[in-house]
Design a protein around this ligand. Structure first.
Ligand SMILES: [Fe+2]
Length: 593
């Protein structure tokens, strides 16, 4: 038996993943334990939990893999330094950064003891880790593999090819040119300063027109070979020391754009300032520019690799709008994006890279993201008992029902009870099995409600989510009905288990599901089947039997925090917010009037 532990430790979304004989046993992000979104720091709790889940100690781990190779692209780094002579502080920062990365052994010793780890340590280059996290969990035997990112190990993108157990990278795009940095800069310019806010620009874009496209083309210059260059006068990252925070807390990055971007696009928006048409148009133009550069890059990758299938990873692979258009604007016919496409996924990728390099045996495809923590369900009685004073304080009365009770004799009645609540407009907290790996709730730690109600988005925002009103909610859709509801370019592209692609809804269907239909008629799709989603599939099917609508609104179980991990956190969110019903495994807890 071979045990490999993979880590993402020096980027945002630090994480750990454990594989046994090539199969994924456990994978989790540190933010879920620390309760800090995108937590960046050594993933001590994630490592500890992965080991507990497998019932092993760190001493039994054969290989420890990390998704960085500090010596990677060394000559590129030297050449850049000689040619560009950046400031001494900038260089000091880079040296400090590199030193931290090579000190992993010391960190392991610090947190787990001197003799705790006896195995072999592997540094896997950042983009190779991303690529491995995308290709090996796919069910493709051969595919083009693309990593598209901010930065990691002095590069921002890589293209390569996966053939069964082999994975190689052909080409990289190096610092300081990065589509991730471009998108982050525009995100910051539009008044969204937090790490990971890029999805807000993606959600805002359909409200605008791409009338700043010419300006964007001056910012991102495309080459005929599929590569691109940033016009560096609009950025600060290439030669200035930007303040940053990559450890012990929420990640923070300083302003990336320069004053020249303000000359080009006007005044940057302040965080609380109202969103104007100008802001919406800038968002639309940035999204369009990203897509043009992305498809240019992918089309060149297709010509090089000559495979119909592509696997994507890296921070930019979270751009689900662009992902949904790949089969329309490139020659690729099938696209796979793993559940944790961003840096968290590097933990899994680095571990899988080591496995395939050393043991040459293909791992099983990832069909489900249910790889995180589960809970002892008998804890619920204790939680209910301990909360009586709080309930009294908030004047909340609860009624609970269990599968097997007189009124809920079997699963059919249990699910019908929940569906009836949904039909009446209730918002359901749905807590089942193991927590999802990756940023999306996929039916294990989800909040569910009726997609047919035009007021559902407002209800969700008022009761629980308090999100910007322009951001859409996503549907979980029964896989066999997807073709009837969505416009798909490729019939092969119908499997989207990890909610990583946005597709247009068919015109006549749009008005039937206003709560999940974005302003441009699209929805971010999650396909659900019985094999991988069990009771969640059967719940949606029950809703379909009553409504002829094969989908539910699915948003993450949280309120401006990382997705809930434990039963206590779920219950706390249920009581704290105006959620109507909490379903935990086979138990229903309802707030009564
Ligand atoms: Fe990355």
């Amino acid at each position: 038996m071979t045990l490999i532990l993979g880590l993402n430790a020096f980027h945002a979304d630090s994480s750990a993943a454990l594989i046994r004989d090539g199969n994924i046993i456990a994978a989790v992000e540190e933010e879920r334990f620390k309760r800090v979104k995108h937590y960046a720091g050594f993933p001590v709790k994630s490592i500890t939990w992965c080991l507990e889940e497998a019932g092993i100690s760190l001493g039994e781990i054969d290989h420890l893999a990390i998704n960085t190779l500090p010596s990677a692209n060394r000559f590129r780094r030297y050449a850049y330094t000689i040619l560009n002579l950046p400031s001494p502080l900038f260089l000091l920062d880079k040296i400090k950064n590199k030193r931290e990365r090579t000190n992993i052994k010391k960190l392991i010793e610090k947190y787990f003891g001197k003799e705790a780890f006896k195995g072999e340590l592997h540094f896997i280059e950042h983009h190779l880790s991303h690529m491995a996290s995308a290709f090996y969990p796919s069910d493709f035997k051969d595919a083009a593999v693309v990593s598209i990112d901010g930065f990691g190990d002095f590069a921002s993108c890589a293209v390569g090819q996966g053939n069964d157990t082999d994975l190689i990278a052909y080409q990289r795009i190096f610092f300081p040119h990065s589509l991730g940095v471009f998108y982050t800069s525009i995100t910051q310019f539009l008044g969204f300063p937090n790490y990971g806010d890029e999805y807000k620009v993606m959600g805002l874009a359909p409200y605008g027109e791409p009338c700043f496209l010419e300006e964007m083309k001056d910012i991102v210059k495309l080459n005929h070979d599929g590569t691109f260059k940033l016009n560096l006068k609009y950025f600060r990252h290439s030669n200035q020391r930007l303040a940053h925070q990559w450890s012990h807390g929420a990640p923070f990055v300083d302003r990336h754009y320069s004053e020249k971007l303000c000359n080009l696009l006007g005044s940057p928006r302040k965080k609380e300032e109202e969103l104007t048409d100008q802001h919406k148009n800038i968002a639309a133009s940035a999204q369009r520019m990203y897509e043009i550069a992305f498809f240019n890059f992918l089309n060149a990758a297709y010509l090089k690799v000559k495979e119909d299938k592509v696997c994507l990873a890296g921070g930019c692979a979270a751009n689900s709008v662009a992902n949904g258009k790949i089969t329309r604007f490139t020659n690729f016919k099938e696209v796979f994006v793993q559940a944790a496409a961003g840096d968290a996924g590097g933990a899994l990728g680095s571990a899988l890279m080591v496995w395939h390099k050393l043991y040459n045996q293909r791992s099983k495809p990832m069909n489900s993201a249910s790889l995180g923590c589960s809970n002892k369900l008998d804890d619920i009685d204790k939680i209910l008992l301990n909360s009586s004073a709080r309930l009294k304080d908030k004047n909340i009365k609860l009624i609970s029902y269990s599968l097997g009770d007189n009124q809920l004799k079997d699963e059919n009645e249990f699910l019908q009870f929940i569906v009836d609540e949904i039909l009446e407009g209730s918002v359901i907290g749905w807590f089942q099995g193991r927590m999802e790996w990756g940023p999306r709730a996929l039916g294990n730690r989800s909040i569910l409600c009726d997609p047919r109600r035009i007021d559902m988005k407002d209800i969700l925002n008022k009761k629980i989510k308090f999100r910007e009103s322009f951001r859409p909610f996503a549907p979980s859709v029964l896989q066999e009905h997807v073709k009837d509801w969505f416009i798909l370019e490729s019939e092969l592209d119908v499997n989207v288990p990890f909610m990583m692609k946005v597709y247009p809804l068919k015109t006549l269907k749009r008005k039937l599901v206003p709560a999940v239909c974005h302003v441009d008629g699209t929805a971010r799709l999650q396909t659900v089947n019985e094999k991988n989603n069990g009771i969640y599939y059967r719940l949606i099917q029950k809703f379909y039997e009553s409504t002829n609508v094969p989908m539910l609104v699915n948003t993450s179980f949280n309120e401006n925090e990382p997705i809930v991990r434990t039963l206590e956190e779920a219950y706390d969110c249920f009581i704290r917010t105006k959620m109507d019903l909490l379903v935990v495994d086979n138990m229903i807890i309802k707030k009564s009037l």
